[in-house]
Design a protein around this ligand. Sequence first.
Ligand code: PEP
Ligand code: MN
Length: 262
Amino acid sequence: LVSRKKKQEDTLVQLGSTVIGGGTPVMIAGPCSVESYEQVRQVAAALKQAGMTVMRGGAFKPRTSPYDFQGLGIDGLKILKDVASEFGLKTISEIVDPAHIEIACEYIDVIQIGARNMQNFELLKAAGNVRTPVLLKRGLAATIDEFVHAAEYIVSRGNTQVMLIERGIRTYEKATRNTLDISAVPILKQETHLPVLVDVTHSTGRKDILAPCARAALAAGADGVMVEVHPDPATALSDAAQQLNIPEFHDFLASVRKSGLL
Ligand code: PEP
Ligand code: MN
């Protein structure tokens, strides 16, 4: 169902006045984790000021260590909803449990399925049963074919509003947190009709190369870029090393916009 051979026209995902997949790329930004109302509010204000319409923020955090911050859960989704309605933003947040999919639809505009859950088939089916758009991340070591099949799980249940996001894959390279597979962008655009985005934060894990990687993603045909922004990254409860602070975010955005690709 997700194949271009089945449907020629691009799938469009409409979030308020923003259309993802329609040829005008979107920048999605926000903190790695929702930590507090005030933290999310500061980011939302910066996004609004920069003309952004979609904010991300994790409330359920799939952390490598069980001793690390696990997220605020449903309370985090409530914070996102409150802040988003104040600023007129649309929201994206990761859901990790099939039992939370329905309740999540009451709070957020896009359900993110994280890299670690790309092949959590019960979660994919649950996301396929609702009509809230889904942002599906590529698995840590998933082939493009496995990624496309994961999307097929969602669409085959009736939820056609699926977006794919490349977030880097595991390779031997240690200079970056993951290896950004830029070639996945044109391949996914050719082989599927779904919007394709690139997460520059998790793919690189390096603030110093976010802007060139974002430009590369857009030049390769991505429908959007996702980046993490935190008011005070040094104190962040997750991904402290790689989130942009607000002035850095404005510089990043200016640099990407200067290319004319955004
Ligand atoms: C995230 O986007 O918050 C995240 C945890 O990313 P990933 O699933 O790609 O590791
Ligand atoms: Mn993160």
